[in-house]
Design a protein around this ligand. Structure first.
Ligand code: PHE
Length: 341
């Protein structure tokens, strides 16, 4: 019987060392040490032994069982170690492989110009307003003192939504003046940037949709001098302290007097060159002292309060700042163009 135990032990040890996977090792355990296993079966035969032999054989069998259990445990640990090794190899990360480049977006040049301007006016105590692009003709025209026969009210110039010409895409940000007067306490200092729409054919300097920034101040004792002082300060902050400006008389229905502000061409210093189309000056905005009728329509007493307003084209500001020759480039959103700014 001792020889039998030895033989079983040797066979089992061989199979344990051959087991290549945890599953195989389990099968070996069942085959030898399980309830119907070979060693177990042998132990069941011990009943037939003499009382003197039984403890001796029992001890031998137990030792065999222990050594097999030990061997299985050792082999299991070995297999687990190998499996981990293989997994680590499989999941290895090569830290020397270059990473994926993710392109970083940037601000559109027109919004860069807008942000700079907004910052300047906010630093002067102006509030930034946002308003609707779908506007009432009443606010876009009537409340701005533009009479029934004003040319820009024509269907060939303005996008209307209805036959009665009452609802329209705003043609200027100036209705924001009215909205501010109707909703804010005096004194008022606001800027209001946004989209405006006109029935213009798209070319190098025109687009049916473009951006303006409206500005307005209403307080006691405000004059044309405040308009010039504030706009000069803002433009010099934007283009440099030595920027030369001039104010030319103009006409708008909602301001009196009205003017346009020009900046002396930075390229030629006023002599005339292609950048300024030979003029020496570049127009940047329309402005004026708010017409007393506009104040009256908003319930503001023009004998007590006065104000000024301006409106500037933001694409033009960006085109000058970034030396962009064609307005259409600003709207095409070609990344090769946008990447330059
Ligand atoms: N709204 C005018 C335009 O679009 C500009 C302007 C605004 C002029 C405010 C005077 C005062 O041309």
């Amino acid at each position: 019987m001792k020889a039998q135990i030895e033989a079983i032990r040797a066979a089992a040890l061989e199979e344990i060392s051959q087991a290549g996977q945890t599953g195989e090792l389990d099968a070996v355990r069942v085959r030898y040490l399980g309830r119907k296993g070979r060693l177990t079966a042998l132990l069941k035969q011990m009943g037939g032994l003499s009382p003197e032999e039984r403890p001796v054989m029992g001890q031998i069998a137990n030792q065999a069982r222990q050594s097999l259990e030990q061997a299985i445990e050792t082999r299991a640990a070995q297999l687990a170690g190998q499996a981990l090794e293989r997994q680590l190899e499989r999941e290895a990360v090569d830290v020397t492989i270059p990473g994926k480049k993710r392109p970083v977006g940037r601000r559109h040049p027109m919004y860069q110009a807008l942000d700079e301007l907004t910052d300047i006016f906010v630093s002067l105590g102006f509030t930034v307003l946002d308003g609707p692009e779908i506007e009432l003709a009443e606010l876009n025209f009537d409340r701005l003192n533009a009479g029934e026969d004003h040319p820009s009210r024509d269907w060939s110039d303005t996008f209307y939504f209805d036959r009665d010409s009452r609802v329209m895409l705003r043609s200027q940000t100036s209705p924001m003046q009215v909205r501010a007067m109707d909703s804010m306490e005096l004194p008022i200092r606001i800027v209001a940037p946004g989209r405006v729409y006109r029935k213009d054919e798209a070319d190098a300097t025109h687009s049916p949709m473009f951006h303006q920034m409206e500005g307005m101040v209403i307080d006691k004792g405000i004059t044309m001098a405040d308009l010039k002082g504030t706009l000069n300060l803002a433009i010099r902050k934007l283009y440099g302290q030595r920027t030369v400006t001039r104010f030319r008389p103009h006409h708008f229905p909602f301001t009196e007097p009205s003017c346009e502000m020009d900046v002396q061409c930075h390229k030629c210093g006023g002599a005339g060159c292609p950048t300024c189309k030979g003029e020496g000056w570049i127009e940047v905005l329309g402005a004026g002292v708010i017409h007393p009728r506009v104040l009256e329509m908003a319930g503001i007493d023009p004998e007590v309060y006065s104000g000024w307003a301006f409106g500037m084209g933001l694409e033009r500001m960006a085109m000058r700042q970034f030396k962009i020759a064609d307005l259409r480039l600003i709207f095409e959103n070609d990344v090769r163009f946008l990447e330059q700014f």
